[in-house]
Design a protein. Sequence first.
Length: 280
Amino acid sequence: MKVHYLGTGGAEGFPGLFCECQACRKARLHGSNNIKTRSCTLINDTVLLDLSPDIYFQAISNQISLSKVKSAVFTHSHLDHLDLFSLGLRGRDSASIIPDLIEQANYINIYGSIKVVQDIDNMINKEKRVNVERFKIKSIEEMTEFTCEGLKFYPIKAFHDPSESCYIYAIQDGKTWFLFANDSGLFSEEIYQRLDEISPCFDAVSLDCARGNLPGDGHMGLAENIAVRKELKARGLVKQSTKYYLNHFSHMCGLIHDEMQTLASQYDFQMTYDGMIFEI
């Protein structure tokens, strides 16, 4: 399984779009991995996990062709994860000409919660130039597995926004397991019970770390990351060789990527960065 982090920042990006805090100023000065666009991840070059409002720049800077993306799986409907305008462009015949696809296959599969599906339906209804035949939209529910592009996804409700169903995903390809846990606070007992029901053994784990070295809320910080890893180990859901990645980093703790990596490495965590690729 190939995991390609296109964007690894929080909702405001890093540095924040309008922000002049010390961390954002330092990120602009140092550049490199300290610059983080909004969160978006590509699996096996064909499946997008969320669609960032920075997707245009991400595609160009990573030299990827989004025409090859066959499915998009959404964690939740927040606008830094569901860019309806960019998605709408995929549905416009005049905006997205893809001659390699035969007419009846010129669509993208979309998987998301009821709220995600409603928001996409509203966009399609408002944008008269969008060809509805270019989307195959499927509503998902917790613990109802689905398969796309040879991958099995197991949605599990995250502790994030109580007004809608937000999901983390256990993903497997028949050989390896990957836990993708963006936009979630500390895992509840219910989340662990769901994981126990699936009974995976994760080869790689990607955890939200928006809070950095601050206490968690609807996002995790390093302390919550450590607690989650400890519990995953106690329940036998990971291996001795499992790799742990911290993603969705924000400026709120006052540390830039390089500083947070120094801290995280003391606990054997790897901070993700825009453009990062690893294979499981």
